[in-house]
Design a binder for this molecule. Structure first.
Ligand SMILES: [Zn+2]
Length: 240
């Protein structure tokens, strides 16, 4: 039987394809079924236009075993697995990987994405970090799995909260984004690409522009996220 999580992961992959952020078959989205401890991910090398819900591959979080589907999962599956293992209990329930051009340019340059304005602050609480590239030994041992481990280690070492910073730029590679579910992970990939585009244009106009001051960063992030958030609609407020 097809679950609502599988339907949501298919929809998120199709949304990513429609967003214009991916070319060819690059990129993938996964979503976690918390009740079953299984995440569903796009199969490797399948054209988005032909993607069916039954093509999605189910991976058990505890041991990485394929428990559902008949195709080979995305080659980035071990990276997703490492992030769910580390952060699933913090609320990460969806992960998206793209090679979207502008965010990838920052990743290739080994340069964090500075927070130059409130659009960025609304989504990412500070500069989007760059995670180191892997050593030759790490690449030979378990490239995708150790990429996930390097991302988790980077966040730990730098005291970054993956809920407040739902993105990373993998050096020489590309971004990963995440969120509470697959659709939010895609939304964060779209936000990241938009912010990278804005940052490139900001740097072109003013190469020495400093980042957004902390009081504006905090105001914009915390009014949308956190215990005192008031952006958008709540049950109590439906008006302007
Ligand atoms: Zn990639």
């Amino acid at each position: 039987m097809i679950s609502s999580i599988q339907e949501a992961v298919l929809a998120a992959n199709l949304r990513l394809a429609a967003s214009g952020l991916v070319h060819l078959t690059w990129g993938n989205v996964s979503g976690l079924d918390r009740d079953r401890g299984v995440f569903y991910i796009k199969p490797s090398g399948i054209d988005y236009a032909k993607l069916q819900v039954t093509d999605l591959v189910g991976i058990r979080v505890t041991d990485g075993a394929v428990v559902d589907g008949h195709l080979r999962p995305s080659s980035d599956t071990p990276t997703h697995l490492a992030l769910y293992r580390a952060w699933g209990n913090l609320g990460v329930g969806g992960i998206c990987h793209t090679h979207s051009v502008r965010a990838t340019a920052f990743a290739q340059a080994g340069r964090e994405l500075p927070c130059f304005g409130t659009t960025h602050a609304d989504h990412f609480f500070g500069p989007v970090p760059v995670c180191r590239d892997l050593t030759a030994a790490e690449v030979a041992e378990d490239y995708e799995g150790l990429t996930g481990a390097a991302i988790v280690s980077h966040f730990h070492q730098h005291h970054l909260n993956p809920v407040a910073m739902p993105a990373v730029l993998q050096a020489y590679h590309a971004p990963f984004t995440w969120g509470p579910h697959a659709d939010k992970a895609v939304e964060n990939a779209i936000a990241l690409e938009t912010c990278a585009d804005m940052a490139l244009q900001t740097l072109a106009l003013n190469p020495t522009r400093p980042p957004l001051p902390p009081h504006l960063l905090e105001k914009h992030h915390l009014r949308k996220h956190g215990p005192d958030a008031y952006y958008g609609q709540t049950k109590e407020s439906t008006g302007s």
